[in-house]
Design a protein around this ligand. Structure first.
Ligand code: ADP
Ligand code: MG
Length: 257
């Protein structure tokens, strides 16, 4: 078998929930340092794809590599076997996820949200974790919010904290699942700016979003999913301007209407 060279490499991923096929043979190679935007209608499998990459969901079949390492399973003398909890925790370190609904720790301050993962999951000493967190808060314009609790922040600020928290884990890949879709329109811009800052640091990003302007500006590749499959993909200038499939054409008409 040829060795993967992409930072994230999905090969023939299938996933069903009961009778629902969420992913029906998804293959996708994401080069290191690139930004891939995934678009597609509700229920097309976008979240499930991200959750599989982050080991929150286990594919029924297919292989996932992050930085050349298998995720969710390990090779043994008996062939591929399911990874145990400890192994999954280790594999998960390569990726961090930013969710639609922030998922901050409500009883932690901004600063504590940023240092919890590095300290308790990665075992980084408090002083070092704090220094990294403070640098990130500065960078994301959140220094004055270091002692605020999530309930005291606007939606845009919460999502910027969630993005800084993902970076604090120093992952190779950051997965964004519709990071602006729960926000009031006037708060979307600041979050997109924060994501642009992440891209500028050369992180590999997989972004589920319907912010076509963001995709046009920053994506190296746009992937259109429908009914658990990648229907088409390509550079934003091509795929968003000149869709090849009727399904993508209709989808773009809807979201741009
Ligand atoms: P998207 O993010 O594109 O809206 P999802 O990946 O969330 O799509 O869902 C794909 C399909 O899988 C949908 O039909 C959804 O209802 C189903 N699905 C997702 N997660 C579960 C689950 N935990 N249990 C049952 N069905 C699920
Ligand atoms: Mg989703």
């Amino acid at each position: 078998m040829n060795e993967p060279t992409a930072m994230v490499d999905l090969r023939g991923i299938h996933k069903r929930f009961g009778r629902t096929t969420a992913l029906n043979g998804v293959s996708l190679a994401v080069p290191a340092g690139s930004v891939v935007c995934i678009i597609g209608p509700s229920g097309s499998g976008k979240t499930t794809a991200l959750r599989c990459i982050n080991c929150l969901e286990k594919p029924d079949s297919g292989l996932i590599y992050v930085d050349g390492h298998l995720v969710g399973s390990v090779r043994s003398r008996r062939g591929l076997i399911e990874a145990n909890e400890r192994e999954i925790a280790r594999q998960r370190r390569g990726t961090a996820m930013v969710f639609q609904h922030f998922n901050l720790f409500a009883h932690y301050t901004t600063l504590e949200n940023l240092i919890a993962g590095p300290r308790f999951v990665q075992g980084i000493p408090r002083a070092a974790a704090t220094a990294t967190a403070e640098r990130l808060l500065e960078q994301f314009g959140l220094a004055d919010k270091r002692n605020s609790y999530p309930a005291e922040l606007s939606g845009g600020q919460r999502q910027r904290v969630a993005i800084a928290r993902a970076l604090a884990l120093d992952p190779q890949v950051i997965l964004f699942d519709e990071p602006t879709s729960a926000l009031d329109p006037e708060l979307i811009g600041e979050v997109l700016e924060a994501m642009e800052l992440v891209a500028a640091q050369g992180k590999t990003m997989i972004v589920v979003t319907h912010e076509i302007g963001f995709a046009r500006k920053l994506a190296h590749e746009v992937v259109f999913m429908d009914r658990g499959e990648i229907v088409e993909s390509g550079p934003p200038g091509e795929i968003l301007t000149n869709p090849q499939s009727a399904r993508l054409g209709e989808f773009l008409d809807q979201i741009l209407a």
